[in-house]
Design a protein around this ligand. Structure first.
Ligand code: FDA
Length: 302
């Protein structure tokens, strides 16, 4: 109860307080910080997907700057030889202001990654963005079949239908590549399943559909029950080691991450960095208010 109360007032908290929590979950503010984090992860046998923090911009000048920042990031990461790809949030490029210009920016970013033989993952944002993001993905996937993937959220009631509808873009030689996660945004019951058991059941059903149809899934979860469920499906469908990967957020459940890696599965970590860490952090804290306890402890025990 107290945790929830504190979590609800997070945006009002002093930045320094939130940073105490954030420093474990964010690579830092600069591209150099991101390169250092990715180099360390790569050395531990972990692939990365780098995300520049920011979303829901106010004008298209910001979209242009964000696009330039991503283009520079891709060039820097390629020069560093990072074993990883990139994740983007379309609202950071003006999806809800000018969808066509947003598409232009994303196309430029995917083209730059494709030039390096690399890959861009389109993150899925709240339910008001889903149709637009599916459309952006469809267009980019048609032009750059090997260089773009999408996120699907198991909590959305529509996801299975979306998944089936997207299968027309799938070919065995260039499989669809979807990150499957639970979904992080607060959505009403008519749009999204609310109960944990319902969400988990749909997660595993969506994953099973992907394995049955040769889709390459990024299994994005820190939930032990889902990891076990995914491993059972991998076993049942005899999926080859290069037919899927696990994905986790930077700094989250490192123990579980280690057991998955030690069992020989591919692991990719989502590495967020940038100046806009405050919004990202308060969202993470709201999602998992129990963390507030650890912050309080870390302050009180200093
Ligand atoms: P669950 O929430 O049950 O967490 C299991 C346990 O993991 C918790 O008990 C806790 O110990 C730990 N944990 C989970 N999240 C934590 C956190 N943030 N901080 C600290 N501990 C945490 N969502 C979305 O809507 N669109 C997207 O594009 C993405 N992208 C994405 C990429 C990757 C790589 C991951 C792993 C996740 C996302 N998500 C996302 C977020 C996702 O939808 C979901 O909200 C979180 O992963 C939490 O769900 P879990 O499956 O981990 O289970």
């Amino acid at each position: 109860m107290l945790n929830r109360l504190i979590a609800g007032t997070l945006p009002l908290l002093p930045k320094r307080f939130v940073w105490l929590f954030s420093r474990s979950y964010i690579a830092g503010e600069t591209v150099d910080d991101a390169m250092a984090a990715c180099t360390d992860l790569n050395a531990a046998g972990i692939k990365t997907t780098i995300d520049i923090l920011g979303e829901f911009i106010r004008n298209m000048d910001e979209a242009k700057k964000n696009c330039e920042e991503y283009l520079a990031l891709i060039d820097v990461a390629q020069r560093h030889g990072i074993d990883g790809n990139y994740s983007v949030k379309p609202t950071m490029f003006g999806l809800l202001i000018d969808a066509e210009s947003c598409y232009g920016h994303l196309r430029e970013i995917v083209a730059r990654a494709a030039g390096h033989g690399n890959f861009i993952r389109i993150d899925m944002e709240d339910s008001g963005c889903v149709d637009l993001e599916l459309d952006v993905f469809r267009r980019l996937k048609t032009e750059f079949p090997e260089n773009v993937g999408l996120v699907l959220q198991a909590y959305l009631r529509r996801t299975r239908d979306d998944l089936k509808a997207l299968m027309d873009l799938h070919t065995p030689s260039v499989p669809l590549n979807f990150r499957l996660c639970k979904g992080i945004y607060a959505e009403p019951g008519r749009i999204a399943y609310q109960r944990r058991d319902e969400i988990n059941a749909h997660f595993l059903q969506d994953l099973e559909f992907m394995f049955q149809n040769g889709v390459y899934p990024g299994i994005a979860t820190h939930d032990r029950a889902l990891v076990d469920g995914a491993l059972a499906l991998i076993d049942r469908y005899q999926v080859a080691r290069d037919g899927y990967e696990f994905q986790m957020l930077y700094g989250v459940t490192p123990e579980l991450r280690r057991t998955i890696i030690e069992a020989g599965h591919t692991m990719r970590v989502y590495v967020p960095y940038g100046r806009h860490w405050f919004g990202y952090s308060t969202r993470r804290l709201k999602e998992n208010p129990k963390i507030v306890n650890s912050i309080l402890k870390s302050i009180l025990l200093k």
